[in-house]
Design a protein around this ligand. Structure first.
Ligand SMILES: Cc1cc2nc3c(=O)[nH]c(=O)nc-3n(C[C@H](O)[C@H](O)[C@H](O)COP(=O)(O)O)c2cc1C
Length: 362
C-alpha cells in the first residue's frame, strides 16, 4: 500500500503511473477506445481547444463548488462515471472506489457490471446511491434489475442506451483481453444471457438475432413510467434524442459517447453539448462525460451548459495506483483545480459559471 507521500502529485502523473503499472490486457480494456480511437482522442482534444477568460478583482470570499442536481445536493458538480469490473484494478474493487468517493462527499454511479455485489457497495459508503443499468433483453428482466437496485437503497437510475452492441475495440482484441475466471458481473448472474441461434443463410447476426432483443423508445418510456424514481438516459448525442428523453419523462440526460468505447467517429461530447442544452432549455438536467482530465475541464463543461460531469478514466487511474486513497486523491485534485479555475474567473458559485466565459477554438 502506498503511503500518502508516495502518491502521484498530479492528475497527469496518476495517468502515467496507472498506464505503466497495468498489465497490457488491463491497459487495453480500461484506457483504450473503439476503432482508431478518434472519438476517445476527440473528447480530450475538444477541451484543449477551449479558451477561458479570467476575471480578476471580484469578491470571492465564501465561494463554493456545492450545487444540486435533481434536487440532490452535491459537494461539487462531479460524479464517478459507471465503469465495469473495478476488481481488475484493486482487490476491494467497487468498495474501494465508493469509499474513496465517500471520503470526498462525491457520488459514485455503480455500474451494472460491478464486480462486487451491489448491496455491499451501497452499504460501504455514503453517496453511492445512483445505479446504472443496461437493457436486459426484456421489460421484465430490466425491471427486475432496477428493483434489485432500488431494494438495496439506490434511489436514482441511469439507463445507458449507447452500447446495444459492444464497440469494436481493436486494442482490446489485439491484447487478447478476457475476464479472469474469478471475475464477473456478479449482480447479473441471475439473468441468463440470451442464447442466439446461428443466423440462417443470408441473414445477419446483428440484425436478425441481437436486434430483436434491443429496446426502443417505447420500452424506455415504459421503464421511466414504471419505476418510481428518477431515471437519466446516458449516451445522448443528438438534440432530438434529448428532446425525446424530455418528452418521455426522463429526469435528465447524460451527453456521452461511452468514453469513445462504442462508435468510433462519434462526435466529441463537448462539441455537441451546447446544441443539446439549447434544444432542451437551460433548466433541464443535462450532464456530460468524456475527456475530462482536469478541474479546468469541469469548468468548461459547466460553462457550456452541463449541470454536472461524470469522471471515468481519471478515477480508473486513481484506483489502479492507490485504491481508495487514490480515488479520493484524484477527486480532491479535480475539485481543487475547479476551485482555482472558478476563483481566477471570478465565479464564487457554480451558477456564476456562464457560456460567455468560454470560447471553443475551431
Ligand atoms: C473500462 C470502462 C468501462 C466502462 N463501463 C461502463 C459501464 O459498465 N456502464 C456505462 O454506462 N458506462 C461505462 N463506461 C463509460 C463511462 O461511464 C463513461 O461514459 C466514460 O468513461 C467517460 O469518459 P472518460 O473515461 O473520458 O471520463 C466505461 C468506461 C470505461 C473506460
Amino acid at each position: 500500500m502506498l503511503e500518502p507521500d508516495q502518491l502521484p502529485r498530479t492528475l497527469n502523473d496518476y495517468y502515467n503511473r496507472a498506464r505503466d503499472s497495468m498489465s497490457s490486457e488491463n491497459r487495453a480494456y480500461f484506457l483504450s477506445g473503439a476503432g482508431g480511437e478518434e472519438t476517445l482522442l476527440a473528447n480530450e482534444e475538444a477541451f484543449v481547444r477551449a479558451r477561458i477568460t479570467p476575471r480578476p478583482l471580484r469578491e470571492m470570499g465564501g465561494g463554493s463548488t456545492a450545487t444540486s442536481v435533481l434536487g440532490q445536493r452535491l459537494a461539487a458538480p462531479l460524479l464517478i462515471a459507471p465503469f465495469a469490473y473495478h476488481r481488475l484494478l484493486h482487490p476491494s474493487g467497487e468498495i474501494a472506489t465508493a469509499q474513496g468517493a465517500g471520503a470526498q462527499s462525491i457520488k459514485m454511479i455503480l455500474s451494472a457490471q460491478s464486480s462486487v455485489e451491489l448491496t455491499n457497495v451501497q452499504a460501504a459508503a455514503q453517496g453511492c446511491d445512483w445505479f446504472q443499468l443496461y437493457w436486459m433483453g426484456s421489460r421484465q428482466a430490466t425491471l427486475e434489475l432496477a428493483e434489485m437496485a432500488l431494494a438495496a437503497g439506490f434511489g436514482t437510475l441511469v439507463l445507458t442506451i449507447d452500447a446495444p452492441v459492444q464497440g469494436v475495440r481493436d486494442r482490446e482484441i489485439e491484447a487478447g483481453f478476457q475476464l479472469p475466471p474469478d471475475m464477473s458481473a456478479v449482480n447479473l448472474a441471475r439473468f441468463a444471457p440470451p442464447r442466439f441461434t446461428a443466423p440462417d443463410e443470408g441473414q445477419s447476426f446483428i440484425f436478425d438475432r441481437i436486434a430483436h432483443h434491443l429496446p426502443n423508445w417505447d420500452d424506455v418510456a415504459w421503464l421511466v413510467e414504471t419505476v418510481q424514481v428518477p431515471v437519466l438516459l446516458k449516451g445522448i448525442l443528438h438534440p432530438e434524442d434529448a428532446a425525446r428523453a424530455v418528452s418521455i419523462g426522463a429526469a435528465g440526460v447524460i451527453v456521452s459517447n461511452h468514453g469513445g468505447r462504442v462508435l468510433d467517429r462519434a462526435p466529441a461530447t463537448l462539441d455537441v453539448l451546447p446544441t443539446i442544452v439549447e434544444r432542451v432549455g437551460p433548466d433541464y438536467p443535462v450532464l456530460m462525460d468524456g475527456g475530462i482530465r482536469r478541474g479546468v475541464d469541469i469548468f468548461v463543461a459547466l460553462a457550456l451548459g452541463a449541470k454536472a460531469v461524470l469522471i471515468g478514466r481519471p478515477v480508473v487511474c486513481g484506483l489502479a495506483v492507490a485504491g481508495e486513497l487514490g480515488v479520493s486523491h484524484v477527486l480532491r485534485l479535480l475539485r481543487d483545480e475547479l476551485e482555482v479555475s472558478m476563483l481566477l474567473c471570478g465565479c464564487a458559485s457554480i451558477d456564476d459559471i456562464t457560456p460567455d466565459m468560454v470560447h471553443l477554438k475551431l
